[in-house]
Write a protein that binds this ligand. Sequence first.
Ligand SMILES: [Zn+2]
Length: 128
Amino acid sequence: MVLGGLISSQHPSEKENIFVATQPKSPKVKLKFDPSTYEYPECREQHIWRPYDGTVDEKAHRAYRVQKCRGCGTKRYSTLYYQVSPELDGQHVKSPTYSYPEDYQVEGGMDRLDRGRLRIHNFLEELK
Ligand SMILES: [Zn+2]
């Protein structure tokens, strides 16, 4: 872990890669997503987080934690506040942000049907 050096209140994340949730497609739209050819089907259900990097800002009473998924390389950036404040709604941890590898994103996003087929695919793989 690297200590010190960060003054900004912003998490040192890669803004251009932050995931933006998309609205689910209509069920009438033809499905393009194929779980059997997708690179990271397990990560779509659950990432495998491992420590990756971090910084402590003693003056601001904050720590910036970066974790990386062992499966797909997605990084999760969390800001941890040592002191709870009203602006954080009584929380110690702000909602994390993520940066994904390029081939993680699914063109057009995934809807409920895609996610369901993905879970079935993963379960059938577990049974093998
Ligand atoms: Zn992952």
